[in-house]
Design a protein around this ligand. Structure first.
Ligand code: IPD
Length: 265
């Protein structure tokens, strides 16, 4: 079906705004953990569930033929060729603790390719977006990646999964990366980390084990801002490995991650 990307973008922005308002203004003072997933530290709150319900309800009302993939369980194929990939709170642990870096991440994919990405971080007062081929924006202003420094001067973001064995493997890789770069940041929201690459606040970001809802929107935003993005050598971003960086940093970091076997547990 012929849906203008601009219509999808407008819907994604509005859904993210509504969910962001709900999450920021409606966060219970005594917010607790509603359930755990892959491990005892992989948590879901009532607000993750409420946010996903709001977003899927709003989008389905406007586009009943579309499919959905959401972190909290939304999963349907749809018949239009468009699928929405949704993280209702990326950075759930930050949200649980009242730290500011959490986001609502919404991507629209057409036949599997991301064509629209929106990442709204309400406490930071920032919404990033991109449309395939149309550049990347932060609060409506165009953004570009930072001019690449040598890897030894690069500020690199990363993150960790929730399962102990994988975390140990990620820590070992990080132990080899850290002495070769300026410094490391662990922001707690992959979506925001990717937007921080897009607007030049990080030179690079990498992580093993993300899910599509964590990276779909942010990867497009980083790429549209001039980042190179990829996964295992020669592959696109995938749950095995997500890398996004200013081009020259990418060219140095990806071989290092390959040498270190960063996609193995
Ligand atoms: C998590 C965040 C975190 C990353 C984890 C993700 P969630 O997403 O993006 O930065 O390191 O791997 O699972 O669970 O808060 O939606």
């Amino acid at each position: 079906s012929g849906e203008p990307k601009e219509e999808l973008l407008a819907l994604a922005l509005e859904a993210a705004r509504r969910a962001g308002d709900l999450l920021r203004d409606g966060r219970p003072a005594d917010l607790g953990v509603a359930a755990t997933k892959t491990s005892p530290i992989d948590v879901v709150t009532e607000m993750d569930i409420a946010s996903e319900k709001l977003i899927t309800g709003f989008l389905a009302e406007h586009r009943p033929e579309d499919g959905f993939l959401g972190e909290e369980g939304a999963s349907s194929e749809g018949t239009s060729g468009i699928r929405w990939v949704i993280d209702p709170i990326d950075g759930t642990v930050n949200y649980l603790y009242g730290l500011p870096s959490w986001a609502v991440s919404i991507a629209a994919q057409k036949d599997g390719e991301t064509i629209v990405g929106v990442v709204a971080a309400p406490v930071r007062g920032e919404t990033s977006h991109a449309v395939l081929g149309g550049g990347a924006f932060l609060n409506g202003a165009p953004v570009r990646v930072r001019p690449a420094p040598p890897l030894s001067q690069a500020l690199v973001g990363t993150g960790f999964g929730y399962v102990a064995e994988r975390r140990a493997a990620q820590a070992a890789v990080l132990g080899s990366v850290l002495p070769q770069v300026r410094d490391i940041r662990r922001g707690g929201s992959a979506a925001i980390d990717l937007c921080d690459v897009a607007c030049g606040r990080l030179d690079a970001y990498y992580e093993r084990g993300l899910n599509p809802w964590d990276y779909a929107a942010g990867e497009l935003i980083a790429r549209e801002a001039g980042a190179l993005t990829g996964g295992r050598p020669g592959d696109p971003v995938s749950p095995d490995l997500t890398v996004a960086a200013s081009p020259a940093v990418f060219e140095a970091l990806q071989p290092l991650l390959e040498d270190l076997g960063a996609w193995h547990d």
